[in-house]
Design a protein around this ligand. Structure first.
Ligand code: NAG
Ligand code: NAG
Ligand code: NAG
Ligand code: NAG
Ligand code: NAG
Ligand code: NAG
Length: 354
């Protein structure tokens, strides 16, 4: 190879990696062109027009950085406002950056069940060792982060819907994970009005060092509310070293209609403070209280070292409602949740005296 060609190759490679020009997006109309040309992209102080998705289908191995404020103008549609796809990508927020969904302009106390149509916020649909880090999401109108991905690492997120507490925020789920495999979410903060994390379906997930404020807890929501369907197997899910404060539940299993299995689930080192309803709530009759004929199974559920406090005289540390023959092989240890509400269990985990 001649030196000239080598130099050319080098400069092309170099330009592709770092010195790309025109790879900053400040207006929506630039998105398509920049995504086509660039693998190192900055989105800077972008205002997205309402009703249009910021669709970021990134080239393999790309880096995308949000800087300044990305704001999404109001429109009554389902979202997601942002959707990221690609393989082996890095998506990050620069220091001080914020993505603002302007939820305060939608909240009406009805969440996803009525009233105004509210867009879901941030969808992760990546594969192949992608990383999302240092992202600050402000005022989700509806669900905050939706993940349907494989091999993804999410860390240092702040999900800040604290303003929704007094202004009718509802169904502002923090991280919702469905049909995903090999997911690690850690070192993040969620302040909202629904689940901190909710696992719907998938395998091999770890949720670690999460701080949840005002939430509905570290949850599973499995099956279908309306019909009997085969839900498949959700397996090998761990929550560890988390703090859940001030919300309705600490740990919550919601199983609905249909068949399927949730197994090999571990919760360990979970601190609760000021929880208002149930510290640990296994709720196999979710959405149809008293119907214990549903068959979705919860097996191999290990809970250890869950401690802390409840808030209110009726707040119940432990509440277990299992369906007939639908719970098995639960080993619990080190459950010490202070509260005056009376525990209820219709199934007895090994190692725990209800
Ligand atoms: C992307 O561009 C930024 C700013 O120009 C630079 O600091 C960074 O190193 C680049 N990243 C990659 C992976 O090339
Ligand atoms: C974004 O806008 C703010 C306010 O106008 C400005 O202070 C800041 O420098 C901008 N950030 C970038 C990265 O251009
Ligand atoms: C469970 O998931 C973790 C995290 O993804 C993984 O490291 C581990 O190998 C999985 N265990 C099994 C038995 O698949
Ligand atoms: C209870 O759940 C079963 C299984 O999903 C369903 O077939 C049945 O209709 C439900 N019963 C009532 C009273 O809703
Ligand atoms: C529960 O403990 C029993 C007895 O020690 C053990 O055989 C079983 O594998 C444990 N199950 C889980 C899910 O850890
Ligand atoms: C529960 O765990 C044991 C090993 O501890 C395993 O043999 C069994 O298959 C698991 N049960 C289910 C339903 O996954």
């Amino acid at each position: 190879m001649s030196l000239k060609i080598l130099c050319l190759l080098f400069s092309v490679t170099f330009a592709k990696a770092a010195g790309q020009t025109g790879c900053t997006i400040t207006e929506y109309k630039q998105v398509d062109d920049v995504l086509k040309r660039c693998t190192n992209i900055t989105i800077s102080n972008l205002t997205m027009p309402g009703g249009i998705q910021l669709k970021l289908d990134l080239q393999k191995g790309s880096t995308l950085t949000f800087e300044g404020t990305t704001v999404f103008e109001v429109a009554h549609w389902e979202g997601h406002l942002v959707e990221v796809t690609g393989e082996g990508v890095l998506v990050q927020g620069a220091p001080g950056s914020i993505l603002n969904a302007q939820g305060e302009k939608y909240w009406d106390g009805q969440g996803g069940n009525g009233g105004l149509t509210k867009p879901k916020f941030f969808k992760i649909g990546t594969t192949g060792g992608s990383v999302f880090r240092h992202i600050y999401l402000l005022n989700c109108a509806h669900f905050c982060v939706g993940i349907t991905a494989s091999d993804v690492h999410v860390h240092h997120f702040t999900i800040d819907v604290v303003a929704g507490n007094l202004r009718g925020g509802l169904n502002t789920d923090g991280f919702g994970v469905s049909n995903s495999h090999n997911v690690l979410i850690e070192d993040s903060v969620v302040m909202n009005q629904d689940d901190c994390v909710v696992v719907n379906r998938g395998t091999n997930m770890v949720f670690r060092n999460l701080q949840c404020y005002g939430t509905h807890g570290l949850s599973f929501s499995v099956g279908d509310s309306h019909k009997d369907a085969v839900n498949g197997v959700t397996k090998n899910i761990t929550f560890e070293d988390c703090h859940v404060a001030d919300g309705l539940y600490g740990i919550h299993f919601k199983t609905k209609r249909g068949t399927g299995l949730v197994t090999d689930v571990t919760y360990k080192n979970i601190k609760l403070s000021g929880i208002q309803e149930d510290g640990i709530y296994i709720n196999q009759d979710y959405g149809d209280i008293g119907n214990t004929s549903r068959s979705l199974q919860i097996a191999n559920l290990s809970i250890n070292n869950v401690y802390g406090s409840m808030n209110g005289a009726l707040a119940r540390p432990v509440h277990v409602v299992c369906n007939e023959n639908a719970c098995s092989n639960w080993n619990w240890s080190g459950i010490s949740i202070e509260g005056t509400g009376k525990n209820y269990c219709n199934f007895s985990p090994n190692g725990f005296n209800c």
